[in-house]
Design a protein around this ligand. Structure first.
Ligand SMILES: Cc1ncc(COP(=O)(O)O)c(C=O)c1O
Length: 411
């Protein structure tokens, strides 16, 4: 049969086509996936049954009876939770539910960015965010981090330098609480400093807070949004990391002026209502118990990963033990070209996230990788890291010892 050729019809400037999905690697350390055993399946099933029985007829109306910002009981849950946990005093009216915080990124970007604009972000940063800026033709100025998050001395200098060049960045994008990929938490003092700088230079802050429920201690500093006195912060969050990413439920907290702009860009007649209804029903009763269990579960996985890296890589793998989250940001010796390791590891069934995709500075991140420890089992973490060490040794001669036994090393 002749196959119709669509290609000549695709307009110039369309994104490059996506490669077909070939399944997950045998040892999968990539993506922001969660622990399958941590999904509260029974609770979600009961919540679905209860809410559908009670309110299922509302599905007949676009947006249920809640309007374009999403299911009101879930927004009410969020308003209470944000006040209690993040110090954000807001009403359900200032919250919009979206299809994962990825849609939040698109809406904020759509409302504020044009080709040639400049944004500031952490030097090591979420790939989904960096890719969006690249696609939009936006200049990215990456700020280095230390153990307390983005460095404010460098931010101050960068803002001054940009101003001297006549550039006013559109916003400072930050993942302040359990940063992706470094896992750092921006200290309270620096949150105040960032706000002072933002106000001085007339630059708003875009706070991406999707990991903030996952600190091992259960403690977190107030959100930057909560500390602002001028309502210059757009705050986004997600249920992907606290409940499950495939649900695709995220949210935006923003002043009405910019919310109204984003609503005008959200042309899908609302995000999936069933997920929002089930989450509202489940979270009102069970969120806290679920998340405190999940934190323990995730930290145990992190400990297995740290152990496996110690055993297989020894001192060749350097990292700071993160205070929460689902990722470990690892530095290998300088001679390891992580893009090459990535390819060789994939061929051996191990998927890692190479640092250059997670950084505004590909030279700095050349020997770094991000490992997600939430989704593989404890056994797969151990076995996967052993295979990775083998591949790394064959390609680069490191690590030279594993489990205290010398390796020959070909490189
Ligand atoms: C910092 C950050 N922002 C946004 C997202 C997108 O998450 P989702 O769309 O699942 O809410 C992720 C996912 O890993 C992330 O790490």
């Amino acid at each position: 049969m002749m196959t119709f050729d669509f290609e000549p019809l695709v307009p110039a400037g369309a994104p490059a086509p996506t490669a077909k999905w070939k399944g997950l690697a045998r040892y999968n350390f990539i993506g922001g996936n969660n622990d399958p055993d941590g999904v509260p399946v029974e609770g979600l099933t009961a919540a679905a049954q209860a809410v559908l029985t009670r309110e299922g007829r509302d599905l007949a109306t676009y947006g249920l009876n809640s309007g374009p910002q999403g299911y009101r009981p879930l927004r009410e849950f969020l308003a209470k939770k944000l006040a209690r946990d993040a110090g954000i005093k807001t009403s359900f009216d200032d919250i919009m539910l979206v299809s994962g915080s990825l849609q939040a990124l698109d809406l904020v970007n759509g409302a504020l960015l044009a080709r040639g604009d400049t944004v500031i972000c952490e030097r090591d940063c979420y790939e989904g965010t960096l890719n969006r800026y690249k696609k939009l033709g936006v200049n990215v100025v990456g700020m280095p981090l230390d153990k307390d998050g983005m460095r404010m001395d460098v931010l101050e200098a960068a803002l001054a330098e940009l101003k001297a060049k006549g550039v006013r960045p559109k916003f400072i994008y930050t993942i302040p609480t359990v940063q992706n990929p470094t896992g750092t938490i921006l200290s309270l003092e620096r949150r105040h400093q960032m706000l002072a700088l933002a106000e001085r230079y007339g630059v708003p802050i875009f706070e991406d807070d999707c990991y903030s429920d996952l600190t091992w201690s259960g403690e977190r500093p107030s959100a930057i949004h909560a500390l602002s006195k001028t309502r210059n912060v757009i705050h986004i969050g997600s249920f992907s990391k606290s409940i499950a990413p495939a649900l695709r439920v995220g949210f935006i907290v923003a002043p009405w002026q910019i919310m109204a702009r984003m609503l005008a860009l959200k042309t899908d007649a609302g995000s999936g209502a069933l997920e929002q209804m089930v989450l509202a029903e489940y979270c009102a009763a069970h969120f806290d118990t679920h998340v405190s269990e999940l934190r323990k579960r995730l930290q145990k996985k992190l400990d297995t990963l740290v152990d496996a890296l110690g055993e297989q890589f020894g001192t060749a793998a350097e990292f700071d033990y993160p205070p929460g989250g689902i990722f470990l940001w690892v530095k290998l010796p300088d001679n390891v070209d992580i893009m090459r390791l990535n390819e060789a590891a994939l061929a051996a069934g191990v998927a890692i996230n190479p640092g250059p995709n997670w950084s505004a500075d590909p030279v700095w991140s050349r020997s770094r990788m991000r490992l997600c420890f939430a989704s593989p089992s404890h056994e797969d973490i151990r076995a996967g890291i052993a295979v990775l060490a083998d591949v790394c040794n064959k390609e680069f001669g490191v690590p030279t010892r594993s489990a205290n036994v010398a390796r020959s090393g070909n490189a």
